[in-house]
Design a protein around this ligand. Sequence first.
Ligand SMILES: Cc1cc2nc3c(=O)[nH]c(=O)nc-3n(C[C@H](O)[C@H](O)[C@H](O)COP(=O)(O)O)c2cc1C
Length: 207
Amino acid sequence: MSTALSETSTSGALYQQAIATLQRLLGEAAASGDPEPTAMNLASIDAAGRLSSRVVLLKGVDGNGLRFFSNYESAKAVQLALHPQAALSFHWKTLREQVQARFEGRINKLADVDSDAYFATRPRMSQIGAWASLQSQPLPSREVFDARVDQFEKRFADMAVPRPPHWGGYVLLPDLVEFWYGARYRLHERVRYQLHNGTWSTELLYP
Ligand SMILES: Cc1cc2nc3c(=O)[nH]c(=O)nc-3n(C[C@H](O)[C@H](O)[C@H](O)COP(=O)(O)O)c2cc1C
């Protein structure tokens, strides 16, 4: 059965329902003992069409999308600049009979002011690390990294650490959402929400 309502992108009731479901599952996953409930796989694609994926942490979700933070010069950043499209997936092993949530859609950079606000909440050493790490570039030795950490600790001694220009947030605005609820005998439940021509619809899928 497919349910289609006349609604658009982020304002629709079905979209809000999908976001609310994610927010509820994150809370339930934390309560179920998941040590890292916001960890999600981020898949992106390079210029040659080659896929890669890695884990990042969700740092916020609301009607505007799913937010995460990274180095704007990393391998993923180069890919996301070329193909501002990504897939995110969560897997909560301790939640119910296991639950998976998937989100696909368009990627935008977060506004600088929002990246600044989040950066300011990070522990000081994480802020120093954001300056010191040339994420995804070859590192000649651990000592080189340690020396860079020392260098930035000295540079920002006795002052608040500003956000590096090469570090900030992304937001994925989904056009496809799926929740997979594990069940006994592999009789899992899959619920998909999809945006087509400005209208969200939802349907069940065979597991
Ligand atoms: C649990 C966990 C959380 C992580 N969180 C982040 C994150 O929020 N942002 C980030 O840039 N990298 C994070 N990483 C590191 C990434 O997985 C990855 O190694 C790094 O971003 C470089 O990826 P890239 O070379 O594809 O750009 C995390 C790794 C793990 C295992």
